[in-house]
Design a binder for this molecule. Sequence first.
Ligand SMILES: Cc1cc2nc3c(=O)[nH]c(=O)nc-3n(C[C@H](O)[C@H](O)[C@H](O)COP(=O)(O)OP(=O)(O)OC[C@H]3O[C@@H](n4cnc5c(N)ncnc54)[C@H](O)[C@@H]3O)c2cc1C
Length: 399
Amino acid sequence: MAIVIDKELCNGCGRCVKVCPYGGVELRDGKAVITDRCTACGTCIEVCNVHAISSDIKEKEIPDFSEYQGVWVFAEQREGVISRVTFELLGLGQRLAQELNQDLSAVLLGDEVKHLVKELDEFGAHNIYLAQHKLLAQYQTNPYAKVISGIVSEHKPCIFLIGASTIGRDLAPRISMRLNLGLTADCTELTIDPEDGSLLQTRPAFGGDVMATIKTPYSRPQMATVRPGVMEATKRDGTGQCRIIEKKVRLLDKDRLTEILGVVREEKSGVNLADAKVIVAGGRGVGSKEGFQCIVSLAEALGGEVAGTRIVIEEGWLPAARQVGQTGQTVRPELYIACGISGAIQHRAGMLGSRYVIAVNTDERAPIFEVADWGIVGNLHEVVPSLTSTLKEKGWIGI
Ligand SMILES: Cc1cc2nc3c(=O)[nH]c(=O)nc-3n(C[C@H](O)[C@H](O)[C@H](O)COP(=O)(O)OP(=O)(O)OC[C@H]3O[C@@H](n4cnc5c(N)ncnc54)[C@H](O)[C@@H]3O)c2cc1C
């Protein structure tokens, strides 16, 4: 048993019984006794005033991971085009690698994709692990997971980052499962712990109500996925001297498990929030579908896009492709104007990368003002048309 009670010391106060969330302790003959419902969470130890409760679980020793070196990024490509999230991760990876004083590497898989190495180099990769094979031409779960797991096991990176794209969300858990690694999905922030150099992985938790920071002390590499649009893409300032490490690929037809019979492209919604320089977003405070006309007019005057909160989408005031937030799009415009939006954490998760934020809200205590550079307390149906007409009068149309 992991939790131990010293009957001599126990005074039968019952504090442990009250705090145990699982019914794992009970009083028998005036003394505390552990039941088979105990999960060894240790809550009872903390509340015992007479130190009668202890644990015989030994703290797990942290292994020596000094041979795991380098920050790796999975270079996602489709039909020979590297996805934008790869460049965002290379930007992030550069920062992490500099802090750790280690190299930044990219892992590129495909068939006849060597020409893409130049682009990865330009975006800061020092090393490129290149695996080419006809079975890697199109993304398929098993061959990709198998090849990458092999390369990771052999070269032992310290950190491995993957975009939380459709491909990344499929691939990352397969690799972590194969290599018995921890994985933190959908991170919004990644930093290095100054104390021990480990990766601090921050992501929304409990339905987005809190931000949790997670560490991976017992396995390497530390694996995380990051949603597209959350990080800023790095600049093209590579040295042109990256090292290419070509890996031999041994794949058989049976490694595929599935066969791609055809590819059906999803029709584009025509909405491109990810690249918009200006976004004018409305929330429940807009009041109705018709009420959005003033938001549309301001967006048009600024040459920007219109977006909304989840409530706006649920009400049918805007199409789903225009939702910003944890379950919508992540955006990074130069200017984000939030009108009638309270600033719930799930909404903020999608717009915190905006360069400047202006908030218009009738409630001066609305949380959106905490992240706004400028705040206007007022009715959006007065403030927004007045902003639009002032812009037009002054000739400040388009940004
Ligand atoms: C798992 C999960 C995922 C979620 N994902 C998302 C997501 O991706 N995106 C998202 O947006 N939400 C998401 N939500 C919902 C989120 O928690 C909030 O409920 C939502 O963002 C609130 O939208 P809102 O700001 O439009 O509405 P409200 O919170 O109701 O705020 C309306 C605001 O408008 C102001 N207002 C009212 N009238 C006016 C006026 N005339 N002029 C100016 N201001 C006015 C009010 O003072 C208030 O601050 C998610 C929730 C969960 C649980």
